[in-house]
Design a protein around this ligand. Sequence first.
Ligand SMILES: Cc1ncc(COP(=O)(O)O)c(C=O)c1O
Length: 351
Amino acid sequence: MTVGELRERINTLPRVKLTELPTPLHELKRLTEEFGGPRLFMKRDDLTGLAFGGNKTRMFEFLLERALREGADCIIGGAAVQSNYARQLAAACAILGLECYLVLRRVRGAADDRVQGNLLLDLLAGARVHIIDADPEGQAAAMYRLAGNLEKKGHNPFVVRMANDSDLTPDVAAYVECFCEIIDQCGTTGFKPTHIYIASYDSTQAGLELANEALGRGISIVGISPADWGGDVVAGITRYANQAAENLGLSCRVDGKHVINTKDYIGRSYGIPTSEGLHMLKRTAELEGIFLDPVYTSKAMAALADHIRKGRLTSEDTVVFLHTGGSAVLFAYTDELSALNLKLNLYENDL
Ligand SMILES: Cc1ncc(COP(=O)(O)O)c(C=O)c1O
């Protein structure tokens, strides 16, 4: 199958417009030099627009079209308090004139009650937010309870994520399209990627895997999990990819044996930065002027650095690092970022 044919398949899906695509892809010359290994490029999905950008922009174009088609007048979303998903959902709902209810779960104790970062943006965008202490199952139950009560009041709620993970085809399709963009842009720039590095737990990697398979590219996709909630991540990615393949009428299937996703860089837990991740967040900012986030992309960049150090990647390789966004959360992580010892008044003697 060609990129054009795969794109045509995606173009048959109805969507609402929330962004301008493609996002840029450019070389990271100074970071390449720093690592002294493979040539590095970055796909800038942190620049998808929609409330400071991120991987959810693409997904919501498909998902929220479905909600509107089903006659929804409000959306119920659930994730962690500092969720990028929630922030982008709140903004997309604002654009589409949908009421947005967010049932958010604390993952950092009292630090999560501070109205900063994504939580601040959720509220600015007019989302109705409730913060709870619950496990993901308890959170999903709360979301459906809310949906039931809103229905009783005559509303037509559409429940997304945490509670509705059974079919992620819209999310997967979004990253099939992103893979097509990467291939087109690499062709124009004149290089062939050997690897794609990505922070992903499920749908983003599932989309890349499906497109890689459909186009027979054989690129090594290396997923770095931000969380360990006990599930089999590779099995999930494979299942979501193949469910989308079926829904999109693609004959290929992803074989879980070839899916790489590691939990080695999570650190203490989801939402808690690692020192290696924070170090890479700083280096990427000071060498490339690009801000990673402390929860997802910095851990993926730490994995890339580690793989280069261990010789798993060499100067023969060309890596595309897919930046999935999340930097708005930096403003809610000032305590954790203080570990970087960011100093004021360094040149006071020269003033
Ligand atoms: C910045 C960022 N990167 C990566 C991911 C992972 O996306 P997925 O679970 O779809 O693979 C998320 C999900 O919330 C995210 O916010």
